[in-house]
Design a protein around this ligand. Structure first.
Ligand SMILES: Cc1ncc(COP(=O)(O)O)c(C=O)c1O
Length: 353
């Protein structure tokens, strides 16, 4: 199936994102037809069709792709993980080309482009994309700009409209990792970005039970190239994972709304907490970072001592979780040692004592 046909599965763009999350990616309405897509477990198909083999396509992936594509306003391709979606998008860069990326990008994405640079595949220009002038200076001559907003883990915001306009003027493809904000709160393609990438492992699926990635392209030709990379490299999603992700997506708007409200309340309370020296919360999404007074051992004691909060990496699940980011060797040294990143879940908020 070409990406042009894939776009045809999208419901009208006039629906609210919440409605799209519920209604998109459903089988055709017919008597006794199921409401939900079947989980099609097939490594191969009867000959004579367009797909032919399980690495080239799967009806369950298509349902998820239709839903995420409708939410973001483009043509979606699903992958085995968020990082596989990142790698496929970076693969759009010609050999010897240049990627502009912020030093506080997700460290897995940054590690990927740095590794490719070491091997001579491409060059990396690191620049703080929250600084619009610095970004504009770095763009000319580049091929791809890699942006995240809010940034990880300092949760600073990038002006995506402005960055998109400047990327376009410089002839640079703009890719935005929208994992933290989700299409409920931010739709970068509407701002003028070319590709949106998700670790669907996080909010889109929402239950910390699978790994999956999605890349959504504005231009169907780019979507076709992403499919080519997926087929060629075999970075295909598991069928059951795609089905579970779509099931989780049905409540994305409710989870994001509740988690963001919880995060706002928590940010308010933590600002006056004696153990907290700084709260980073931009009011967009449900991620929150705090810097603690005291040393690393004290910060580690906080993460080890929680009873309800889960001490674990990752984010975007229904459960609240936290971790000290600098415990990871790859984390930027610009991130304070005692910074804890909190992924706020959808639990109830206890009244103030
Ligand atoms: C912002 C962001 N992008 C991409 C990824 C990579 O996604 P995955 O772990 O699904 O490969 C992550 C994972 O933590 C992430 O936080």
């Amino acid at each position: 199936m070409t990406s042009h046909e894939r776009t045809g599965a999208r419901p009208g763009t006039h629906h609210a994102p919440a409605t799209v999350a519920v209604a998109a990616g459903r089988p055709p309405r017919q008597p006794d037809g199921p409401l939900n897509p079947p989980i099609v477990m097939a490594s191969t198909y009867h000959a004579g069709g367009e797909v032919g083999y399980g690495r080239y396509g799967n009806p369950t992936w298509e349902m998820l792709e239709s839903a995420v594509g409708s939410l973001e306003g483009g043509v979606a391709t699903s992958f085995a993980s968020g990082l596989a979606a990142v790698a496929a998008t970076v693969d759009l860069v010609p050999v010897g080309g240049t990627v502009v990326a912020a030093p506080d990008s997700y460290y897995g994405s940054l590690a990927l482009v740095r590794r490719l640079e070491e091997r001579g595949r491409l060059r990396v220009r690191q620049v703080d994309l929250t600084d619009a002038d610095a970004a504009a200076e770095a763009l000319p001559g580049a091929d791809l700009c890699w942006a995240e907003s809010p940034t990880n883990p300092l949760l600073r915001l990038v002006d995506l409209d402005r960055l998109a306009a400047r990327s376009r003027a410089a002839g640079v493809l703009l890719a935005v990792d929208n994992t933290f904000a989700t299409p409920i709160l931010q739709r970068p393609l509407e701002s003028g970005a070319d590709v949106v990438v998700h670790s669907a492992t996080k909010y889109l699926s929402g239950h910390s039970d699978l790994l999956l990635g999605v890349a959504v392209a504005r231009d169907p030709g780019i979507a076709d190239r992403l499919v080519e990379v997926r087929s060629g490299q075999g970075s295909v999603p598991g069928t059951f994972e795609a089905w579970l992700a779509l099931r989780g997506l049905r409540t994305l708007h409710l989870r994001v709304e509740r988690a963001q409200a919880n995060a706002a309340e928590l940010a308010l309370r933590l600002r006056s907490h004696p153990g907290v020296s700084q709260v980073h919360f931009p009011g967009l999404g449900a991620m929150l970072s705090i810097e603690l007074h005291g040393d690393v051992a004290a910060a580690d004691a906080v993460t080890a001592g929680t009873r309800l909060w889960v001490h674990a990496t990752s984010l975007g699940g229904v459960e609240s979780s936290l971790e000290r980011r600098r415990k990871w060797p790859g984390e930027s040294t610009d991130v304070p040692e005692t910074l804890l990143r909190l992924s706020v879940g959808v639990e109830g908020v206890a009244p103030v004592d």
